[in-house]
Write a protein that binds this ligand. Structure first.
Ligand code: NAD
Length: 493
């Protein structure tokens, strides 16, 4: 731990000493305003540096830079874009340790997961880089007297707005296909976790991206984010964030009729039937809510457990949850780190009382660890049992290491409970019965379902949610569909 802290301090020193500004048209700038905000670490609330809040003028400058660079970047051959994006992957790999350490300090996510996130970021650029040369390809559709063909072209400058949970990995997942498609980008990282967004922009510059192709602005959602989504030069907005933010952005972009991809919240069920592989299901249930501090959109925060194995499963689960290691995010042994910031810590801990008021039982945890562990945002991994699906702990996205267990008897009841939520992002089904797995996969309302598996990401597969979990999909060609316009050309014979 001490060695990691020393290394992280080395990487963080420049952020502490220099105010972090914006990267606009290939230059770092402190912008036109005087407002700044302090960035702190959730490990102990200590200072990580000052960040400038973008003004409308700064946001406009970034959008104009992206607009000015758009034609040349769109006309850059796909093979050339591919080369630059692979170089960007190289830069990220070179700085993977720095990215992991800085992100762990900025967000509180345990280093063991952040190391993987850094490597996955580079893989995201390489995956979409390889598709850049073919991205414009379309279809040929024959009629008796005509031939139709389609071509795709980049939609233009796009806004990418990212949240504070695994901000580095999520930013790469959105920005890589935009650049591969030939779009220019204005990125707004979350105000609570701005540091790896800055490192990303530095890597883009080092990889040789032309000026204006990648711009990063720091600041608040209600000001910088809002202006960005309303700028007429921006043709599409990719948001990863809260459902409430998705609604606001839908309203903000109505006047300029922008294309939207909204990846929003979830209250994802993991459904464990009596005939499930007990040990694998148990591992997956623990991993999918307590890893990444439960601050993960696809976390399975509702356990629907069939009555036949309920007692045995919950007994084993309690033991596992009670033994999870909570600690400093840079401790290699830590499984659950501090929550991202104090406001979020207060939200998560408020559900401990809400659970009791609603009539559920706290089987494990339900406590702040600040008395024992100092001022960081540490909480005990928590398991609520004897819960009903209409309770707030089963309906609201808590976004912490907190699991609500609900019993069911029949397959029909499992479907009904799984779908009794405003969300529809992800679901996990554990059963040895293939026919049942197929029926459940058909009926559960979620954009992504995993059967007898924890969350496994396949980059060519579609990613996204239904209901209040969002609109649109990305991944593979879905990303290019989002970032490109499709034009049909019809020729008479
Ligand atoms: P948030 O919605 O508060 O913020 C996300 C981003 O939106 C930030 O950069 C913020 O500054 C910006 N923003 C806020 N208001 C805005 C506005 N009016 N106009 C433009 N931009 C605005 O979310 P958060 O708290 O940072 O992140 C957690 C949320 O993200 C959770 O709900 C989680 O489920 C969700 N999430 C979803 C996915 C997914 O793939 N579905 C993935 C990760 C996180």
């Amino acid at each position: 731990l001490n060695e990691n802290i020393a290394k992280a301090e080395g990487y963080l020193a420049r952020f502490k000493e220099n105010t972090l500004g914006h990267y606009i048209n290939g230059e770092w700038t402190l912008g036109t305003g005087s407002e700044t905000f302090d960035n702190t670490t959730p490990t102990d609330q200590s200072y990580l540096g000052k960040v400038v809040a973008a003004t409308d003028e700064d946001v406009n400058a970034a959008c104009e830079a992206a607009a000015a660079a758009a034609a040349a970047w769109a006309a850059t051959p796909g093979a050339e874009r591919k080369k630059i994006l692979h170089r960007l992957g190289d830069e990220l790999e070179k700085r993977a340790e720095e990215i992991a350490l800085v992100e762990a300090m900025d967000c509180g996510q345990p280093l063991r997961f952040m190391r993987q996130a850094a490597v996955r970021g580079a893989a995201n650029f390489r995956f979409f880089a390889d598709q850049a040369p073919e991205a414009r390809n379309g279809l040929s559709l024959h009629q008796d007297q005509h031939t139709n063909f389609t071509v795709r072209s980049p939609i233009g400058p796009v806004a990418v707005i990212t949240p504070w949970n695994t901000p580095f990995m999520l930013s790469t997942w959105k920005i890589a296909p935009a650049l591969a498609a030939g779009c220019t980008v204005v990125h707004k990282p979350a105000e609570l976790s701005p540091l790896t967004g800055a490192i990303l922009a530095e890597c883009a510059e080092a990889a040789g991206l032309p000026k204006g192709v990648w711009n990063t602005i720091n600041g608040f959602g209600a000001v910088a984010g809002k202006t960005l989504t309303q700028h007429p030069a921006i043709k599409a907005v990719a948001l990863v964030g809260d459902s409430a933010t998705g609604k606001k952005i839908q309203a903000q972009t109505a006047d300029t009729l922008k294309r939207l991809h909204l990846e929003l919240g979830g209250k994802n069920p993991v459904i464990v039937f009596d005939d499930a592989d007990f040990d694998r299901a148990l591992d997956a249930v623990v991993f999918m809510i307590y890893s990444l501090n439960g601050q993960r959109c696809t976390s399975s925060s509702r356990l629907l457990i069939q009555s036949g194995i309920k007692d045995k499963f919950l007994a084993a689960l309690k033991e596992r949850v009670a033994n999870l290691k909570v600690g400093h995010s840079l401790d290699p042994n830590t499984e659950v780190g501090p929550l991202v910031h104090t406001g979020h810590y207060e939200k998560v801990t408020s559900y401990f009382e809400i659970a009791k008021t609603d009539g559920a039982t706290i089987a494990v945890g339900g406590k702040s660890l600040r008395d024992e562990m100092g001022p960081g945002n540490y909480v005990t991994p928590t398991l609520f049992v004897e819960a009903k699906n209409n309770m707030r702990i089963a309906q609201e996205e808590i976004f912490g290491p907190v699991l609500t267990a609900i019993e069911f008897d029949t397959e029909e009841e499992a479907v009904q409970l799984a779908n009794d939520t405003i969300y529809g992002l992800a679901g996990y089904i554990w059963t040895a019965n293939t026919g049942r797995a197929m029926r459940m996969a058909d009926k559960v309302e979620a954009g992504m379902l995993w059967v007898n598996s924890e969350n496994n990401r396949n980059l060519p597969s579609p990613f996204g949610g239904m209901k209040m979990s969002g609109i649109g999909r990305d991944g593979g060609d879905w990303s290019f569909d989002f970032y490109m316009e499709t034009k049909n050309v019809c020729i008479a014979h």
